[in-house]
Design a protein around this ligand. Structure first.
Ligand code: ATP
Ligand code: MG
Length: 368
């Protein structure tokens, strides 16, 4: 491993890279990120390259300079990773986690669903909209096969007429259709898997508002078994966020897998046990994992607000109201309404109410 300028290279420079780098730096690791934007959350705390993630202009440099490479989003084409390794002359030697093969299975949401189905992992029925000769039983969800996030690539369709009205969209882009699941709750499980270890963080309930995750807290049920099966189905190694539906009868279905730290794991920064970011770094380095155990914790996302001013006034207000709140701010260059700008963690038995209260005060201070 000697001879490299950096220990870990991160493909993407957003908040997930930033918080992973913070965990890595604590253990003395040198980190580099690459992102199309210059002023990123990660570039404020570590060296960064500016360049596209889907072209081979700057990307191979990461593979030349870093002993190991990992992802912070799943939108980078798997082929660009494979080719960058070859250009850097390291097709055998770079520890890229997850591998580009697992990434390839995951970044096409339709292929991801088919792989889960063929491995017997319960997940919604899915159809290629091009092959669909008969109307499916409505409602269905139309999803973009590639690149969706925060609900930006999903549409709910309730009738055959509505379905027909989407045909142009479906022909212009690659979409597929998914059976609508009448779920009771949405859950998420962080899964870690190496050649020798596999395990999960606790099962969390996630509340989504306007397609963006709003609150995360312990679900009181255990969906770890099916979450692990989902990661095994896509041949995944590393850290994964698995999103699930809980149905009325208590059964689970997997919605989707993210091959990286996940918004629903941010509570682990303050829960007293290993954080998802440290676990991620340990996996990338090939070091032993820690069994995740900690206290009941709630996370509330901080989203961009119209008329927002100085975020530090928000922090002051939140801490005055809830002194035990932990505010995390990502340092994004621009605040847009609905954009994830930071989050608040509160530990303890009344954590959900306390986190909501802290957030209300944060917003009041930020927008006053
Ligand atoms: N088959 C389904 N049945 C019912 N609701 C669904 C289904 N698929 C998705 N949804 C709803 O739409 C939301 C967004 O879907 P999905 O997670 O696939 O997209 P996304 O854009 O990747 O979202 P995110 O970035 O928030 O994870 C889900 O959290 C869920 O509320
Ligand atoms: Mg999702």
């Amino acid at each position: 491993m000697g001879g490299f300028e950096y220990d870990i290279g991160f493909l993407g420079g957003g908040q997930l890279a930033r918080m992973s780098i913070q965990a890595a730096q604590r253990m003395g690791l040198r980190c580099l990120s690459i992102d199309p934007s210059k002023a990123t959350p990660a570039s404020q705390i570590a060296d960064a390259l500016v360049g596209p993630l889907d072209q081979l202009t700057v990307l191979p440099e990461v593979f030349l300079k870093c002993a190991r490479v990992t992802l912070e989003n799943e939108f980078i084409p798997a082929g660009a990773i494979e080719q960058s390794q070859i250009i850097a002359g390291r097709e055998d030697g770079v520890g890229v986690l997850p591998t580009w093969v697992a990434l390839m299975h995951i970044q096409d949401k339709y292929a991801q669903k088919l792989m889960m189905k063929s491995s017997g992992v319960p997940s919604p029925e899915a159809w290629d909209t091009f092959d669909l000769t008969e109307s499916p039983s409505f409602p269905v969800i139309l999803k973009s096969r590639f690149g969706g996030y925060d609900g930006k690539g999903t549409r709910t369709v309730r009738t055959a007429e509505e379905f027909d009205s989407f045909r142009t969209l479906m022909e212009a882009w690659e979409w597929y259709a998914e059976q609508f699941v009448p779920f009771k709750r949405e859950l998420a499980v962080m899964v870690y898997r190496s050649e020798t270890e596999v395990g999960t963080f606790p099962t969390m309930e996630t509340i989504q508002t306007d397609h963006v995750c709003d609150l995360v807290f312990p679900a009181g049920v255990d969906a770890s078994e099916i979450a692990i099966q989902a990661v095994e189905a896509v041949h995944g190694y590393g850290l994964f966020g698995v999103e699930l539906f809980e149905l009325e009868d208590g059964s689970f279905q997997v919605n989707e897998i993210a091959p990286r730290p996940h918004n629903t794991g941010h509570y682990t920064l303050d829960w007293g046990g290993v954080s998802q970011f440290e676990q991620h770094v340990r996996l990338v380095m090939g070091w032993p994992c820690e069994k995740p155990e900690g206290q009941e914790t709630c996370m509330a996302n901080l989203l961009g607000q119209p008329g927002a001013g100085d975020y530090k006034a928000g922090i002051r207000h939140a801490l005055e109201a809830v002194p035990e709140a932990h505010v995390h701010w990502y340092g994004k260059a621009e605040s847009r309404p609905g954009r994830k700008m930071g989050h608040i963690n509160v530990v303890g038995s009344d954590c959900v109410e306390r986190a909501k209260l802290a957030r209300e005060h944060f917003y009041a201070g930020w927008t006053s």
